[in-house]
Design a binder for this molecule. Sequence first.
Ligand SMILES: [Zn+2]
Ligand SMILES: [Zn+2]
Length: 248
Amino acid sequence: MESHIGQLAINSLFPRFCLGCHTEGTLWCLTCSTTWWPAPVRFGCPFCGKGSMSFVCSDCRSESFLDGLSVFAHYGNPVVREAIHQWKYICDKTVNDVLFRWIIRAAPALQPPFSNFVFAPVPLHRFKTRSRGFDQAGVLADWCGQIYNQPVYDLLVRTRQTSSQAQKSHEVRKLGELDGLFAINPNVTNTSDCHPEAEGRRISSLPEKVVLCDDVFTSGATMDSAARCLKENGVKSVWGLVIAKGNM
Ligand SMILES: [Zn+2]
Ligand SMILES: [Zn+2]
């Protein structure tokens, strides 16, 4: 109730403009919801762009852990970029509905190339989740779990905070600056009462196939670090699914 009133107050203070056509009144107008769709993302290796598939190419495979990536749209698309910006930095939860509908509609194209897998978010550091109020990668993983009818687990925890600049640099992946950025969540067996600080419970076994969810993939350094942690702990295949992919 409080949040509903809060949202009404925000709406009256900051009038909404459609993300697509900038018409005042709503964040996503009826016209845009029926006519707008982003240009398809060119398939290719998520790290170097080579090849015609979204699998990591043989050259990059020797120095990375992720197997491939599904991408909804290019981050250069102004509508997608603004939607993610409002969702992430302005904490606009109403943009949730818009993004969720995009992902539902794009689901067949984003389908990972295997079945019987587990979705897991690329986690933020818990201090950051707290200050932001919600974790967008976790929200995306929950949507994907519903859409594809697969389980969602918080398999990973982030061990330290990193500057967003560090994650954007395409060199950090090769330099290993993000080594050890993630650890297996000790509470992985039950996401409903997950306490990252707790030490007590250990997982019996990780799933064989994991799809990591995140909002944006830029250099891939962060997601690859998460994939590395999973593979070093026995996961065989790690795919990525993101809303947008930016340039390195
Ligand atoms: Zn519109
Ligand atoms: Zn490559």
